[in-house]
Design a protein around this ligand. Structure first.
Ligand SMILES: N[C@@H](CCC(=O)N[C@@H](CS)C(=O)NCC(=O)O)C(=O)O
Length: 221
């Protein structure tokens, strides 16, 4: 049965796209756009009730939530070795990083709304833009400390949590300069050098959310 990923270029569905390449799975991609309202049509809402991506059709079911999809993929296909299933000693850290990817993600969502989704200046809040960029920097400092100690989030090496968190870092660099976070920058370079990341990037589709390399927070005062 075909695995089908519902994907928007540059969105969190990239995590699933990258992970499925890491796992060597066969799948097809159904592309969507944020800007044509297709995520709000009843057919799509039947797959993903909040109209979000990713949604993954797999094993006769459909799943939403990128973290849950990551867990499901590594649990049902353990031969890829990208999960840390109980009683693995790294299980606890593996789960922490999986969910920490969405702690980063909430700041990314706020910044994306402020800088990109709100199209008129009067709709935006410079205070929120500055605060969220600062809070994003703080969570990246946590990543900075861990990838200073080893190449990937877990001491044992690359795992599926690097796809969830690596994606978050790749979007975060558009809002926080990585110059003061050299280990995060090197981690991102390692992610991007992986053949599976490159394969996913080649399939991501034309950029429609982030069209600038960097989105500067307005100066204070
Ligand atoms: N926690 C969810 C978040 C999903 C999510 O909000 N995805 C965004 C793209 S990054 C989306 O589909 N936004 C469309 C919308 O809000 O209408 C996950 O990780 O899958």
């Amino acid at each position: 049965m075909t695995i089908r990923l519902h994907h928007v270029a540059q969105a969190r569905s990239f995590r699933t796209l990258w992970l499925m390449h890491e796992m060597g799975l066969d799948f097809e991609i159904r592309r969507h756009s944020f800007f044509d309202k297709s995520l709000r049509n009843p057919d799509y809402l039947a797959l993903s009730p909040a109209g979000r991506v990713p949604a993954l059709e797999i094993d006769g079911r459909v799943m939403f939530e990128s973290g849950a999809i990551t867990e499901y993929l590594v649990e049902t296909r353990p031969e890829a070795g990208l999960g840390r299933l109980p009683p693995d000693a790294e299980r606890l850290e593996w789960l922490e990083w999986l969910h920490f990817a969405e702690t980063i993600g909430q700041h990314l969502a706020n910044l994306t709304q402020q800088h990109i989704a709100l199209r008129e200046d009067w709709m935006r809040s410079p205070t929120v833009m500055r605060l969220e960029a600062r809070r994003l920097e703080k969570v990246l400092e946590v990543v900075e400390r861990v990838v200073a100690r080893h190449d990937w989030l877990l001491p044992s090496g690359f795992s599926a949590v690097d796809t969830n968190l690596g994606y978050s870092v790749d979007i975060a660099r558009r809002f926080v300069p990585l110059g003061l976070l050299p280990n995060v920058a090197a981690y991102l370079d390692r992610c991007k050098a992986r053949p599976a990341f490159r394969a996913a990037a080649a399939e991501d589709g034309p950029a429609e959310i982030y069209t600038q390399d960097f989105y500067e927070a307005p100066a204070d005062g």
